[in-house]
Design a protein around this ligand. Sequence first.
Ligand SMILES: Cc1cc2nc3c(=O)[nH]c(=O)nc-3n(C[C@H](O)[C@H](O)[C@H](O)COP(=O)(O)O)c2cc1C
Length: 441
Amino acid sequence: MENLADAPMRAALASAAGGFDEACTEFIRVPSKADRPAAVIRGVTAGYSAHELAPWGVPLGAQIMGSEVRLMAAAARRLALELGAPRVDLNCGCPANSVTGNGAGSTLLKTPDRMQALVAALVEAVEGAAPVSVKMRSGFDDTSLFEDALLAAQAGGAAFVTLHPRTKRQAYAGGADWSLVARAKALLDIPVIGNGDVVDAATARKLLELTGCDGIMVGRGAISDPLVFHRIRASFAADQAAAAERRRQERQGQQQGQGQGGGGGGLGWERDVWPDEAEAVCSFLERYASTGPDGRYETAAAYSDQARPGRLKKALKYLFSGSPKLRAACGPLLRAQVADVSGGQLLARAQELVREHWRQGGPEDPVLVNHMSLKGASTVPGGAAAMVAAYGERQWQPLGTAAGAGAGAGAAGGAAAAAADAAPAAAAAPASVAPALVQAA
Ligand SMILES: Cc1cc2nc3c(=O)[nH]c(=O)nc-3n(C[C@H](O)[C@H](O)[C@H](O)COP(=O)(O)O)c2cc1C
């Protein structure tokens, strides 16, 4: 995420808690004109390091955004063939007017044929060295070209698509429409990664259950709860343990379902995910404050670099958004003038607040900060719990499951069945594509 999930944030998330299979850079902007193309492409890709998250074993894909086919292809080529990017992602989602005015980002959704040609050019440029994927919204003004855009990505040779199911016009307003993820999954042969409004294990499970998507990407939810990936993993691990136990019992000829502990749930499991969550969140903050834009970790930097307080305040706004106590306590901290407070002071005070108020088990009131206004306005009235309830009421059946095929189970029962299937299915995806079960945006 531009200006947010940058190198310091990625390192902080990976080092403090980890739990994600892969990450992708914020967009690398490729210009639409260049007098000296080779030098320009070297310049715009200079900040990318494929090994940035190697200490934590996390591959880092590179996202590019632009519309000029030759320059975009040159950027993809440089990233994949010279810099070793394990994946090149095409941004077809950025809603910023400065971007869409140049025909890039979400504007590509208006012209699926151009999008297809661009994807095909990137695929050709990387010569098989890395998969090319597409990150997209559900449309520009509306969803009338949604399916055309999905099919364009696939026909162009994308290895998978990641879908944030809001239109450009919606920006971050309203809830992400997960029914569109289900539609994408039904339409495409390539894997679909679902994204949008995942804030905890419950919402991750719901997204998988309702859509059958092949993986999940988490953006803002990871900044408001740096342990979210672990919570999601723990929840699915509980399912897998329960499934293994069921198989063991079946082998022993016992009746299915007898004597299971924690089967099909996991929603209480994540409570124990980390023995001292506040300390993990403090390390996350320390790492973030002490890591430079180049990804280098220097503890003294938190105390010397004048740019740190501003950046830290932005991250704190997300981090503290999910807890009424932290929100109330951090007001003076966020209002402090950057000139009056050093990064070190801000960090120390934020850590004190976290130690005092962080709730073991995760934020009680997950709020998705509106990217455009940076106000703590929830996109989900009532928070994630309300969203899960609302989706439950729609009575969708998960795709590709016995329940979804009409076994007659209610939505809740069908969803639970799909959840148990979903994780192994994602994990068993073809190695050549390797969509991550859990991605950091
Ligand atoms: C501050 C911010 C910056 C973002 N920058 C990018 C970006 O560079 N590339 C991209 O594909 N999406 C970007 N996004 C969109 C996110 O990747 C994601 O699709 C969106 O926030 C919805 O997912 P979430 O609810 O998990 O945050 C950005 C979002 C935010 C809030």
